[in-house]
Design a protein around this ligand. Structure first.
Ligand SMILES: Nc1ncnc2c1ncn2[C@@H]1O[C@H](COP(=O)(O)OP(=O)(O)OP(=O)(O)O)[C@@H](O)[C@H]1O
Length: 275
């Protein structure tokens, strides 16, 4: 990777609007939902942005625009300095290789009838990368990276615990060696007892592999724990953004203050830890 690439953003959203048409207004008078309204974001290599806000504020829609799943109604999407706002199928494929998503519920993200090994290899097959032997080597490497024994490769998702399944989903997300991971509420479907382990795994992998990350959660405490920058969304708009330390210890917007006041204090970082 050239120096130029390293210092320029991986993805930029410029004034993005996403409007969905809904049928609730009747067949001939569809209503519109503005899910995202004027959102701008710049993700640099290695950076973690925490996207926080209550359910329905537009976090997932923003993430879907970032990973090429959702087209913007207005605004621009710049991917590695190319305008991909109206991305072609080929561009979407390339974005999909570089930007990987870890979803909330590993049970639905994984195919219940497919062995772990095949789920890890699947993205390589879809992108026509490597030989059969290279696929096996990569599967072994991936399963070790997420802290599971290689015997887990032969398991079906149903034979694993929720935490182990999320580890497999993370391994799958890493299979194409992405530059960016979008983690959309990656711990909220898990037992409280394994949430910290999965958060630690994600932060360790991020450091080890130099990944950039968009970490999405309704829980500002969790977001603070993993992020360099926090972006607070409400009603489809960004209401506050800043360093994790500033937003957490010196919130400016009343909505951010409300989120902080309502957050469970499972993780209590001190100001020194944030420095
Ligand atoms: N495909 C769709 N069609 C119509 N409305 C949609 C669609 N997807 C999302 N919305 C609406 O857009 C708004 C933002 O949804 P979004 O899923 O982005 O929010 P969120 O903050 O991620 O919420 P959650 O945490 O519950 O997933 C909501 O009002 C939602 O109902």
């Amino acid at each position: 990777m050239s120096n130029e690439t390293q210092t320029s953003p991986i993805i930029e959203l410029q004034d993005i609007k996403v409007i969905f048409k809904t049928r609730t207004g009747g067949l001939f008078h569809p209503n519109k939902v503005t899910a995202v309204n004027g959102v701008s974001l710049t993700l640099m290599p290695g950076q973690t942005i925490g996207l926080v806000g209550e359910s329905g504020c537009g976090k997932s829609t923003t993430a879907n625009v970032l990973c090429g799943l959702q087209l913007a109604t207005e605004g621009k999407v710049i991917f590695k300095e190319h305008d991909v706002t109206k991305r072609t199928a080929k561009e979407r494929m390339e974005i999909g290789r570089v930007v990987s998503v870890v979803f909330q519920d590993p049970a639905t993200a994984l195919n219940a009838r497919m062995k772990v090994v095949d789920q890890l290899i699947d993205p390589l097959v879809v992108h026509s990368l490597g030989s059969k032997q290279e696929h096996m080597e990569r599967a072994m490497e991936l399963i070790r990276m997420v802290g599971l024994p290689t015997s887990a490769l032969d398991a079906l998702p149903g034979q694993l615990s929720g935490g182990q399944r999320q580890r497999v989903a993370i391994a799958r997300a890493l299979s194409l060696k992405p530059d960016v991971i979008i983690a959309d509420e990656p711990t909220s479907a898990l037992d409280v007892s394994v949430r910290a382990q999965i958060l630690n795994l994600l932060t360790d992998l991020k450091k080890e592999l130099g990944l950039a990350m968009i970490f999405i959660s309704h829980d500002i405490q969790t977001v603070r724990y993993v992020s360099d920058e926090i972006v607070v969304m409400n009603g489809g708009e960004i209401v506050e953004r800043g360093s994790a330390k500033d937003v957490f210890f010196n919130p400016q917007h009343p909505y951010t203050k409300k989120l902080l006041a309502a957050a469970p204090s499972l993780l209590h970082p001190t100001e020194e830890e944030c420095a």
